[in-house]
Design a protein around this ligand. Structure first.
Ligand code: SF4
Length: 432
């Protein structure tokens, strides 16, 4: 048996065991269903294994040379290429992606821009109290899931943090309180016990709740007379007392806040709320953890920040990074692009129809290991290895801790890693 980090989600569980003969993986222990699906992708029906180009409206298998030649043609004819995705690639591949963007005067963004990147942007101005998984396991007595259905999106997270004792306690679940703030009764509500608090906030009222909490945190003993954001006064009181009374609390900020609310103020005021609580606390500490979905969304932020000083939305021109307020969304909305390179993601399925339609109207180069709506309409497809199983590399867990991924199998014949593919494109463009 061999221990291997799972790349099924941003928890990057490093306690999964597999049995392999070097050709197949025949035993998997410790992974959740989502993690097992990641391993199932090795032999899935939708696996991409051959380069393809579109001819007369149809995708046809071709050699790598022919596919790379077509990519060169597209990129040579393009003056405003977009590069997008990279959150299921290793940091090494992300670095190559940024190198390619610089070379072709492109705009590069990762999935993080519609997720936790928003919070990191705000944190540049306000600061942010973050924590790590280890600290949560060992010290936390209050866990708040805010707009996050952790039970389904990060399936083993609650097992690890809610039912563990931690290093410094003889007690476990019995002293831990979980509070879930969500307009929808998600699967995560299933873990709740008598001491826990389920708060069904009205949809889109997070900012209202945060503002009242900020006010109330500054007062002694007074609580609002009326319900707040759909939460009655008794529930509100329990929330507030837990927030200001926890020894070590963590707020998991999920997609419900990060993704659906375009207004940065929600995140800004949440960060301020945490600062107010920490200023008021004499012994305790409140921290945040940002829950992204894809396993290396944080990696892109780290790589981009370390080499450009900016964590995402990088616009290059003449080999230089230039100032821009654009994101992948505004670029597509404004039609400010003429081709796109999509790596390991499926924007055609995930973006609103108007954006997908715009993207579909320009040539698409798709680098991925699975078929998707994006690969279905792409002009060129390059099949990639599954990172974390068929190639190694570095990835960053949701709490910004680096985890080294392992290669345990070779990719199918003729299939390359994201890093190698991006490098081949760079080299192809160098050949005149
Ligand atoms: S929780 Fe995430 S990383 Fe852990 S086994 Fe499941 S899919 Fe893999």
């Amino acid at each position: 048996m061999e221990r291997i980090p799972c790349t099924g989600c941003s928890l990057l569980c490093d306690d999964v065991l597999i049995g392999t003969d070097g050709i197949f993986i025949d035993k998997i222990y410790g992974a959740c269903l989502k993690g097992k699906e990641r391993f199932d992708q090795l032999a899935a029906k939708n696996r991409l294994t051959s380069p393809m180009i579109r001819k007369n409206g149809k995708l046809e298998n071709v050699s790598w040379d022919v596919a790379l030649e077509r990519i060169k043609q597209i990129l040579t004819d393009s003056s405003k290429p977009l590069l997008y995705g990279f959150s299921t690639s290793s940091c090494e591949a992300q670095l190559k992606g940024i190198t390619l963007a610089r070379k072709i005067s492109g705009f590069i963004d990762s999935n993080s821009i519609i997720c936790q990147g928003k919070a990191l942007n705000v944190a540049k101005e306000t600061g942010m109290t973050l924590t790590t998984l280890t600290e949560i396991i060992n010290k936390t007595d209050l866990i708040i899931l805010w707009g996050s259905n952790a039970a389904e999106s990060i399936p083993r997270l609650l097992n690890k943090i809610l039912f563990s004792r931690g290093k410094f306690r003889m007690t476990g679940r019995e002293i831990k309180t979980i509070i879930i703030i969500d307009p929808v009764k998600t699967a995560s509500f299933g873990v709740m016990q008598i001491r826990d608090v389920a708060l069904h906030i009205e949809h889109g009222k997070d900012l209202e709740l945060i503002r009242v909490l900020k006010e109330e945190c500054c007062k002694e003993g007074n609580f609002p007379e009326k319900e707040v954001a759909g939460i009655d006064k008794e529930e509100f009181k329990r929330l507030l007392l837990n927030l200001v009374g926890a020894e070590n609390g963590v707020i998991f900020v999920g997609q419900g806040i990060l993704r659906t609310q375009s207004d940065d103020n929600v995140i800004r005021e949440l960060l301020e709320l945490v600062q107010i609580i920490n200023a008021r606390q004499e012994k305790g500490r409140m921290s945040l953890a940002l829950l992204g979905g894809h396993y290396n969304m944080v990696g892109f932020e780290q790589v981009a920040l370390s080499i450009t000083g900016k964590n995402h939305s990088l616009q290059f021109s003449d080999n230089k990074l230039i100032e821009t307020k654009d994101t992948i969304i505004t670029k597509i909305e404004k039609d400010d692009f003429d081709s796109s390179i999509i790596v390991g993601t499926d924007p055609i399925s995930h973006f609103p129809f108007s954006l997908s339609k715009n993207m579909a109207s320009k040539p698409i180069i798709c680098i991925d290991n699975r078929k998707s709506a994006t690969s279905d309409i792409a002009d060129v497809i390059l099949p990639s290895a599954i990172t974390g199983i068929e190639c190694d590399g570095l990835a960053y867990r949701f709490d910004h801790v680096p985890i080294q991924l392992k290669k345990v199998l070779n990719p199918p014949s003729g299939v390359s890693t994201d890093e190698e593919i991006l490098n081949q494109i760079i080299q192809k463009l160098d050949v005149s």
